[in-house]
Design a protein around this ligand. Structure first.
Ligand SMILES: CSC[C@H]1O[C@H](OP(=O)(O)O)[C@H](O)[C@@H]1O
Ligand code: ADE
Length: 307
């Protein structure tokens, strides 16, 4: 991939996950590239460590370096576990989405606060199984503190009439085929704001891994409910060209905010610390725990079983 060092031993607490049309984050200085192998396999892409005004960030391409993983094939557990393992506690995830509402125009961004799961149960969706049971709350699937920081950075975006919408519900469908017209209308009747194929299980796994996580949805089309042309890949990619520039601007502004000392607890996800681990120890009694399953959890939470 490059001549960059393949180890990195300084702290990196913030990660950006890039999706369709955002396979890399240009304009940031690359300083290393690491490829941790997790108990759930390797992440979709090596993790690039980038530097921005003295802050290190990790960048991971959700669909792989060459966009080789379809939405249902993305190794979500390895992606989230590898980020946590290298020290990441705060994740900004980008996603190309279809708009389900007139006022969310292609090229607008949305900071969703809710999600509706329309995946079909074929994607591995938990770290806690096979002899270790854990349940985490998911009533509010994203991190309100991180969302507030992102919203404060709206002015960093450019383009005529481009808006950053401050809330919304993301429908996560299975794909890889786009929705039927009937489905698209149904999602609108449910109150869906935007639709994609990747925020779940990514957000659930981030919660299990005790990370602050916020998706930033970048509208590329009006799906197929609108009189505008039905969604197709060409449309998404063309729109992502412009969206990618705004994503980069927004990341820069968010990182500048997060580097302020007042946000250090947010960056370290103090609000989630121990949230999943406490439940794990409480649910499965020691005599029922499977040693392999425990080892996997230990990768996420070193020392979890000792206390
Ligand atoms: C090519 S359009 C469908 C594709 O785009 C979105 O990807 P991502 O969320 O990774 O930006 C959507 O979720 C689908 O995977
Ligand atoms: N209309 C759409 N449906 C699902 N995922 C998408 N990603 C971008 N546009 C989309």
């Amino acid at each position: 991939m490059s001549n960059l060092p393949t180890t990195f031993d300084k702290p990196v607490h913030i990660a950006v996950i890039g999706g369709t049309g955002l396979g890399q984050l240009e304009g940031y200085e690359p300083i290393a590239v690491v490829n941790p192998i997790t108990p759930w396999g390797p992440p979709a892409s090596p993790i690039k460590i980038l530097s921005h005004n003295g802050t290190n960030i990790a960048f991971l391409a959700r669909h792989g370096l060459h966009h080789q993983f379809a939405p249902h094939e993305v190794p979500n557990r390895a992606n989230i576990a590898s980020l946590r393992h290298i020290g990441v506690r705060c994740v900004i995830a980008f996603s190309a989405v279809g708009s389900l509402q007139e006022e969310i125009k292609p090229m607008d961004f949305v900071v969703p606060d809710q999600v509706i799961d329309r995946t079909k149960g074929i994607r591995p969706f938990t770290f806690f199984e096979g002899g270790v049971v854990g349940h985490v709350g998911f009533a509010d699937p994203f991190d309100a503190g991180l969302a507030a920081v992102v919203k404060r950075c709206a002015e960093s975006m450019e383009g005529d009439g481009v808006v950053l919408h401050e809330k919304g519900t993301v429908i996560v469908m299975e794909g890889p085929q786009f929705s039927t017209r009937a489905e698209s209308h149904m999602y609108r009747s449910w109150g869906g704001s935007v639709i994609n194929m990747s925020t779940l299980p990514e957000a659930k796994l981030a919660r299990e891994a005790e990370l602050s996580y916020q998706v930033i949805a970048m509208a590329t089309d009006y799906d197929c409910w609108h009189s505008f042309e039905d969604v197709n890949v060409d449309m998404v990619i063309k729109c992502m060209h412009q969206n990618g520039k705004n994503a980069k601007r927004l990341v820069g502004a968010v990182l500048d905010q997060l580097s302020n000392i007042e946000h250090s607890d947010l960056v370290m996800a103090k609000q989630w610390e121990g949230y999943a681990q406490g439940g794990l120890k409480f649910m499965t009694k020691p005599e029922g725990r499977d040693s392999e399953a425990m080892k996997k959890v230990e990768y996420l939470f070193p020392g979890v079983w000792e206390s």
